[in-house]
Write a protein that binds this ligand. Structure first.
Ligand code: ACO
Length: 400
């Protein structure tokens, strides 16, 4: 970073820090990461313990409220979420206006943003109970909207949320059930989805969460804040990497081609990067990637799926981790390297992978938005270092 003295009339010093590599914009009690050691904790609880013992809705409660729920608190929370799973019927009309092959993330950003028009209640956001209601509504409705976007693409009629099912069962049912056919949700699929949702639920001030906080700092409607987060998540350098990993594995095609792609990733003149590798904060193995890699083997076995992409991914990881380039730059698989293989085994099309991430990360976005709303907050306003032309006089059109 370069320290630059601003004008005397201004604040004194500010820091030039492109990409915010060394700038904290807030304090937070929600998520702790030690990137050097590969540690991730939600509200102090290690991600490994939550992945093994908890459930997505319990983790959602923890992230929102700061403590694990009692049995009664959990059942009230689950009832509240279930109560809000329906969306206004007009929203389905809105979804039907999209072209059938629109990318589901484009639809999600638009449809979730449009919730601000259904719940245009910014002024009541001074009330903490009202803020919590907005947070719960978003957690509840996100799977309903995601499934509706997918079904629009497929040309299938909308599947309404079955509120006798659990959060992940309900989502799988809304995604894949076909009228007049009984759709049985596999317990292995439910557990795998729940695990992926736990691991993606929050990750402190990543690009999408910082976006939600920045929009939130202006006092914007919370649904608009989350729609902005969805847009930020979509990029391949962030949540879009899970889709990009699968496309990359397909492009590599065969284990024998792995070394050639590793060489391309190291070539500074080639824009190709190993997708699902590297992280701004983790300079060690991403703890979520270790859990997902293990789950990947289990899920493929339980579902009886033999996916050659798994062998390809493992070979890619093996060769990369033995290569000086990746070792020196501390580039390890991140959360997205293996997640797509599980989503694929569960039947999700590649274009829905980042939507899965968005459903889970909604919990983190709203938890961070709630925390911000409860703390005196200044509007987010980065500075810049101006390096354009110095002052000059306007020249009339006929004189240029
Ligand atoms: N493949 C090859 N080289 C890489 C990779 C990669 N995946 N990632 C980083 N590098 C190299 C860069 O070329 C750079 O080299 P240099 O120092 O010689 O210029 C060095 O490692 C540092 O990379 P930066 O891009 O400066 O690191 P930054 O912290 O800004 O970026 C990021 C992190 C965006 C995740 C990057 O590693 C990347 O593009 N990875 C691939 C995309 C990806 O998997 N994104 C998901 C991230 S996790 C998440 O958001 C859910």
């Amino acid at each position: 970073t370069i320290d630059i003295k601003s004008l005397p009339s201004e604040l004194g010093y500010f820091t030039y820090d492109p990409g915010f590599t060394a700038t904290a914009a807030c304090t937070s009690e929600i998520t702790f990461i030690d990137g050097g050691q590969g540690i991730l904790r939600y509200r102090g609880y290690p991600i490994e313990q939550l992945a093994e013992k908890s459930s997505f809705l319990e983790v959602a409660y923890l992230l929102l409220q700061g403590e694990l729920p009692s049995a009664e608190e959990y059942s009230d929370f689950e009832r509240d979420i279930t109560y809000h799973t329906m969306v206004n019927e007009q929203l389905n009309t809105f979804i039907s206006g999209f072209h059938y092959d629109a990318h589901p993330m484009a639809m999600m950003a638009g449809v979730v943003g449009s919730l601000a028009a259904f719940y245009h209640d910014r002024l009541d956001m001074e009330d903490s109970a009202h803020r919590m209601l907005a947070a719960k509504r978003m957690i509840a409705k996100m799977p309903t909207i995601a499934a509706a976007c997918y079904r629009h693409h497929m040309g299938w009629p909308t599947a309404y949320p079955q509120n006798n099912l659990s959060y992940c069962e309900r989502f799988l049912h809304m995604m894949f059930s076909v009228p007049a056919e009984e759709y049985k949700v596999s317990p292995s699929a439910v557990r795998a989805l729940d695990l992926l949702f736990i691991l993606h639920a929050d990750h402190e001030q990543n690009a999408s969460t910082s976006t939600v906080r920045l929009v939130g700092s202006t006092g914007a409607n919370p649904y608009a804040c989350v729609a902005a987060g969805i847009s930020a998540l979509w990029g391949p350098a962030h949540g879009g990497a899970n889709e990009a990993v699968l496309n990359m594995l397909h492009e590599i095609g065969d284990v024998k081609n792995v070394p050639q792609f590793i060489e391309r990733a190291k070539d500074r003149n080639d824009p190709f990067r190993l997708m699902g590798f590297g992280h701004r904060v983790y300079k060690n193995y991403d703890p979520r990637a270790s859990i997902i890699r293990k789950a990947c083997h289990e899920v493929l076995q339980e579902l009886g799926v033999d996916d050659p992409l798994m062998d390809l991914a493992m070979e890619l990881e093996r060769i990369a981790l033995e290569d000086d380039y990746f070792v020196e730059k501390k580039l390890y698989p991140n959360v997205d390297f293996y997640s797509g293989i599980i989503y694929k085994a569960l039947g999700f099309p590649v274009s829905m992978f980042t939507v899965m991430f968005a459903i889970a990360r909604t919990v983190g976005w709203v938890a961070q938005w709630l925390e911000q709303s409860e703390t005196p907050t200044k509007i987010g306003r980065p500075r810049q270092v101006y390096n354009g032309p110095v002052a000059r006089d306007y020249v009339a059109l006929d004189k240029r």
